[in-house]
Design a protein around this ligand. Structure first.
Ligand code: ARG
Length: 567
C-alpha cells in the first residue's frame, strides 16, 4: 500500500515524475478527515486554477481500488477501505532493516573530564549521543562513537601539585572522583593565598606535555582510577564506545596543526599568546597556544577533527556537547575552513540545554555536587518502592527496578527537545502513568503478557507463509474499529519517524512515537477483548499486540531504555 499507490496514481493524473506526489501526501490532523490528504495549494499557479477546483477535479478522476477520494476545500482527502488495505498494512508494520548507505558518521559523546565528577551535561551527552548513535546505525549509516575524554590540560598540573602536597593513595583508590575533587577544591582555596601553587601546577603540566616520566605516571594513575568510576556508570546506562580517545591522544598530533597554521599565515601573536583571528566571521580570536607555549582545548579539537576525517574516514562529524560550548565549536570549524579543509561543513555541533533537578543547578566547582550516581540510585529506589507496592510477587525485582529507574532518567531526558532546558523531577519520571519511560515499559510488558497467555492457550503453531495467509483472511473480515485502525496506521509510521529523528538529530522524535504507540495500544486494548475474542478477531488483535510489543521494544532499544518482559 498505500500512500505509494495513491502517489503513483496522482503522478499519472498530473503527468508528474514518479514519486513526486507521494512526498506531498500528509496525514490528516484528525482521523475523521480520512487516512491521507493531498494539499492542492502549490498546484494553483502551474495549473492556473483555484486549489478548490483542482481538488474537486482530481477527486472526480481518481480511481483506485479500495480508496475513496473526496475534495474538502483545497484538500483532496483519501479514505481507505479498511478490509482491502489492512493486510498490506500489517505486513508494512512488520518492518525491515535499512540498507547500508555507505556514509560514516563519527559521534563525539559523553567526553567527561578526568578527576572531575561526571556532570549532568555529560549524562545528557552520553544519553543523547548513544540514542543518535543507534538511530543513525538503524538508518543505514556506519557509525563510530568516540568518548573524547578530558584527560589533558593545565588542570592536571593542579591535580598533580595538590596530590603531591596533600593527597593519599588510599583515599584516591577508595573514591577516586571524590578525592580528586576535594584536592581540586583545596588547590583553588589555597591558591588564593599561595601564588606558588599556580606556578608549580604550570610547571607540572609543562613536564607532562614534554613527556616527563614522573608526571606521566601520576597522570596515568588519575586517568585509570577515574575511568573505572565512569565505566560503572556507563555499565548502568548500557552505553559503550567504539573508541575512547581522550584529548591526550592528540598530544603528538598538534605540532603539525600549529605548523600548518603558521605556514598558512593564520597564526598571530596576541598578548604573548598565539591566536587565529576570526574578525571576518565576527567571532573573537581562537586561542591556539598560551603564552607559556602549552596547547589548549581548541588546538586539541583541531587535531581531533582532522584525525576523524583523515583516519576514521568520517563523512559527518557530530559533537554532542552542551549549548554553552557553541562559540567554541563555531571557532574551531571556522579555523578548519581557513585551513582549507572543505569538509569543515560536515562538522556539526549538536547542542543541548541545561538540566536542573527540581530547580537546582548542579555545580562541580565549589564542591557542591550531587553526584550523578546518586540521581540514578534515587530513581532506582523509587522504582523499587513502586514495584513492591504494585507487584510484590514479581521475580527478579532488583534487576527490573534497575531497568525502570535508569529507564525513567534516560527517557525523561530524551522525550524533550534536546535544545530546551529541562527541569527534571525524578519523582515524576518514575511514575507508571503520564509521559514517562516506565509508562512505555509497562505497556510493553502488558502486551507481552497478553501474548504469553495466548500462547499458553493455543497448541497449534503455524509456519510464516500459512500464518500470513490466515491473518490476511481474518484482517479483511475484521471489523476495523477506530482504535484498532489508528493503532495499525501508527505502527506503519516507524520508518518515517526514524528518518525524521535522524534528520533533526532528535531522539525525542522516537520517544514521542513510543509514547504515542503506547497510548494507542492502551486505547485499543481498552476497547477490544483480545484473549476472549472470536477466533478470527483474536488472530488480528494478537497480531496488533505482537507488532506493538516489537515496535515498542525497538523504540526503547534505540533510546537505550531496557524493556523487561514482566513488570
Ligand atoms: N570534556 C569537555 C567538557 O567536559 C567536553 C568535550 C567535548 N568534545 C569535544 N570534542 N570538545 O567540557
Amino acid at each position: 500500500m498505500s500512500l505509494a499507490q495513491i502517489g503513483a496514481e496522482l503522478d499519472i493524473l498530473l503527468e508528474w515524475k514518479k514519486g513526486t506526489a507521494e512526498a506531498m501526501l500528509e496525514l490528516p490532523p484528525n482521523p475523521e478527515l480520512g487516512d491521507a490528504a493531498f494539499p492542492c495549494f502549490t498546484l494553483a499557479k502551474s495549473l492556473r486554477k483555484a486549489p478548490q477546483q483542482i481538488a474537486s477535479d482530481l477527486a472526480e478522476r481518481f480511481k483506485l481500488e479500495g480508496t475513496e477520494a473526496s475534495a474538502a476545500g483545497p484538500y483532496l482527502n483519501f479514505r481507505f477501505d479498511r478490509s482491502v488495505h489492512s493486510a498490506s498494512l500489517l505486513l508494512q508494520a512488520e518492518g525491515q532493516a535499512a540498507a547500508p548507505n555507505g556514509q560514516t558518521v563519527v559521534i563525539d559523546m559523553s567526553s567527561p573530564n578526568i578527576a572531575k565528577p561526571f556532570g549532568v551535561g555529560h549524562l545528557r551527552s552520553t544519553v543523547i549521543g548513544a540514542a543518535l548513535y543507534r538511530m543513525y546505525t538503524e538508518a543505514g549509516y556506519r557509525t563510530i562513537s568516540v568518548n573524547h575524554l578530558g584527560d589533558w590540560g593545565t588542570q592536571f598540573g593542579k591535580q598533580i601539585t595538590a596530590y603531591k602536597r596533600w593527597g593519599s593513595e588510599e583515599r584516591l583508590k577508595a573514591a577516586p572522583i571524590r578525592e580528586s575533587l576535594s584536592l581540586y577544591v583545596r588547590f583553588h582555596d589555597e591558591a588564593v593565598n599561595d601564588p606558588t601553587l599556580e606556578t608549580e601546577a604550570r610547571d607540572w603540566f609543562r613536564r607532562l606535555e614534554s613527556g616527563d616520566e614522573e608526571a606521566l605516571g601520576l597522570w596515568r594513575y588519575f586517568v585509570d582510577v577515574s575511568l573505572s568510576e565512569f565505566d560503572r556508570m556507563y555499565g548502568r546506562l548500557g552505553v559503550s564506545f567504539d573508541k575512547v580517545l581522550g584529548e591526550s591522544f592528540y598530544n603528538d598530533k598538534m605540532g603539525a596543526v600549529v605548523e600548518e597554521l603558521r605556514t598558512k599565515g593564520l597564526l598571530e601573536e596576541s598578548e604573548g599568546a598565539q591566536v587565529v583571528r576570526l574578525d571576518d566571521e565576527e567571532m573573537p580570536p581562537c586561542l591556539i597556544l598560551k603564552s607559556d607555549g602549552t596547547t589548549i582545548y581548541p588546538t586539541r579539537d583541531l587535531a581531533t577533527a582532522i584525525y576523524r576525517h583523515d583516519v576514521l574516514q568520517a563523512d559527518k562529524l557530530l559533537y554532542v556537547v552542551g549549548a554553552e560550548q557553541t562559540l567554541h565549536f563555531r571557532q574551531v570549524f571556522a579555523v578548519l575552513r581557513k585551513m582549507g579543509r572543505k569538509w569543515a561543513s560536515a562538522c556539526q555541533h549538536i547542542p543541548f540545554g541545561l538540566m536542573k533537578f527540581e530547580g537546582k543547578k548542579m555545580s562541580t566547582r565549589k564542591g557542591k555536587v550531587v553526584f550523578l550516581e546518586e540521581v540514578l540510585d534515587e530513581a532506582v529506589a523509587r522504582a523499587t518502592a513502586i514495584i513492591e507496592e504494585k507487584n510484590p510477587q514479581l521475580q527478579n525485582r532488583e534487576a527490573i527496578a534497575e531497568a525502570i529507574g535508569i529507564g525513567a532518567i534516560v527517557f525523561g531526558d530524551l522525550k524533550n527537545n534536546r535544545i530546551g532546558e529541562i527541569n527534571f523531577s525524578i519523582e515524576e519520571a518514575v511514575q507508571f502513568e503520564g509521559e514517562t519511560g516506565p509508562y512505555v515499559q509497562y505497556t510493553h510488558a502488558r502486551a507481552r503478557s497478553v501474548l504469553r497467555k495466548a500462547k499458553e492457550g493455543s497448541a497449534e503453531a503455524q509456519n510464516g507463509a500459512a500464518e500470513y495467509e490466515s491473518i490476511k483472511a481474518s484482517a479483511s473480515a475484521y471489523h476495523w474499529d477506530e482504535a484498532s485502525w489508528e493503532l495499525l496506521k501508527r505502527l506503519c509510521d516507524y520508518q518515517t519517524e526514524l528518518q525524521r529523528g535522524v534528520q533533526r538529530q532528535e531522539p525525542s522524535v522516537v520517544a514521542r512515537y513510543a509514547l504515542d504507540l503506547a497510548k494507542m495500544f492502551n486505547r485499543f486494548y481498552h476497547h477490544n477483548k483480545v484473549l476472549s475474542a472470536a477466533a478470527g478477531d483474536k488472530e488480528v488483535r494478537l497480531e496488533l499486540t505482537r507488532l506493538t510489543a516489537e515496535r515498542l521494544r525497538w523504540a526503547l532499544d534505540l533510546l537505550g531504555v531496557r524493556s523487561p518482559k514482566e513488570i
